[in-house]
Each structure stands twice: as structure tokens, then as C-alpha cells.
Design a binder for this molecule. Sequence first.
Ligand SMILES: NC(=O)c1ccc[n+]([C@@H]2O[C@H](COP(=O)([O-])OP(=O)(O)OC[C@H]3O[C@@H](n4cnc5c(N)ncnc54)[C@H](OP(=O)(O)O)[C@@H]3O)[C@@H](O)[C@H]2O)c1
Length: 245
Amino acid sequence: MKLTGNTIVVTGGTSGIGMGLVEKLLGLGDRVITCGRREDRLASLSAKFPSLVVKACDLADEAQRKAFVEWVAARHPAVNVLVNNAGIQLTADLTRAVDVQKVRAELETNVVAPLHLASLFAPLLAGKKGAAIVNISSGLAFCPLAFMPVYCASKAAMHSLTLSMRRQLRDLGIAVYEIAPPSVDTELGRERRPAGQAASHGGMPIGEFVDAVLKALEAGVLETAIGQAEGLRTKRESLFESMNR
Ligand SMILES: NC(=O)c1ccc[n+]([C@@H]2O[C@H](COP(=O)([O-])OP(=O)(O)OC[C@H]3O[C@@H](n4cnc5c(N)ncnc54)[C@H](OP(=O)(O)O)[C@@H]3O)[C@@H](O)[C@H]2O)c1
């Protein structure tokens, strides 16, 4: 995938991996559009990067997803790349009644939204030079951590959906990539961390991770597991016991 000269939508640019990708892609001269729910973060990003296009949007809401894609299509018809990055990570105790609203919210954000967005963007991307969709899954797609079962299942679903998406969209000239991150030091799962430790949990530094993502995309590798995620992909369920001991 060519990393320059694109008009790229990166979902979830208000923190973590999305923000890291936005910054790097802007530096490469791409036109970058991003979204998120936290409007104060979007305003700070706009102030820091005047060429960045931002739009407040809750991707867990079907109507807002459709409105976001229509907004992009009307203002940035050159769009040729979608990075499905936005996601949330919740825990669930399966020994008691699960909070079904939380389960739905996690699946809506991590599975329904990227799938729906890909299908809405596909006609806009079709036939364009360098057309691509990049799905950010997880090493946990291949071997779950039992205390976050829905999250891991959502990422396993994204892995499977990426395979189907790649097959279905190839005739439209859209390349579909999957990036499976290891633990990266972002705000993911911040709800369960003590205040003040929301953004640091000992994972790979964001800059190092983003560099590895761009290297893999530039090399045209369709499925890349980065860092420890590669071990999870190759060893899969054999690691389940040791991880959940
Ligand atoms: N960090 C890791 O260790 C790790 C490992 C494997 C995979 N991943 C995946 O990497 C992706 C990025 O996560 P991250 O680690 O960078 O976490 P993060 O720092 O929490 O960032 C998540 C981003 O997603 C956005 N988002 C969440 N729900 C949204 C919604 N309903 N509508 C719009 N935007 C929404 C957030 O923006 P707002 O809060 O402003 O809406 C934020 O910009 C996720 O798909 C995650 O599953 C991360």
C-alpha cells in the first residue's frame, strides 16, 4: 500500500493508536479525516494539526455512522482508505448475569460499526487508486484473555470478517488489510484502571507500534500480527491455559 497521496479516514483518532496514526499520516502528507466522541479532544487535535479534518461521531450509533459517511462523501470525495481503528475494551464476569447493554455496546462498537462502515465506504473507495480498508483487530483474536471475553470474541469476529471482506471487495479493487496489535500503551480499557493510570499499562509504545503498522502496510502484507501478537497468532489456543492460569 502506498502511504502517500491518500485521503484517509482513521476512526477513533482522539487517543492511542488512532492518534498516533493520524499524526504519522499527516506527516507523510496524506489528507486525514478522523472522528471520535470526545469533542474536547477533537478540538485540541484541530488546534495542533490545522490540516486535520475532524468530526464528532458516536460510531456505536447506526444513524451517526451513516451521517458520518455521507458527510465524508460530500466533502472529501477523494477518500480512498478507511482505517477501522475505533474500539472499546470491557470486562465481563460470566459467573453471573451479564450486563447485556454493555455486551451490545462492545459488539456494536468493535464489530457492527467497522463492518457497517466498510460496506458504506466500499462504493466510495471502489476503483480508486490505492483503495484500501485496514481493520485493527488484536492478538487476542487468536487467544482470548478470559476476563474480557466479549472483547476477545469481537476481535476474533473482526479477523474472520476481514477474510470475507478481502474476498468480497477484491473485485472492487479494494485491498483489505488486518493489523493485530499486541498490548500497546494506550487508553484502552481505561474505565477499569485507577485514575491517573489510564494511559499507561506497560504495553508497546504507540510510536513504535505505529511505525511497525506503516512498515507492514507499505510492504503490502495483508495480515500482520505485531510484537507479542505474532506469538498469539501462531500458537493460538495452546497459550490459553498459561495466559489464564
Ligand atoms: N492498546 C492495545 O493494547 C490494543 C491491543 C490490541 C488491539 N487494540 C485495538 O486498537 C484500536 C485502538 O485502540 P487504542 O488502544 O488506541 O485505545 P484508545 O486509546 O482507548 O482509543 C480508542 C479510540 O476509539 C474511539 N472510540 C471508541 N468508541 C467509539 C465510538 N463509539 N465512536 C467513535 N469513536 C470511538 C475513542 O474515541 P472517543 O473515546 O473520543 O470516542 C478513541 O479515539 C481498538 O480497536 C483496539 O481494540 C488495542
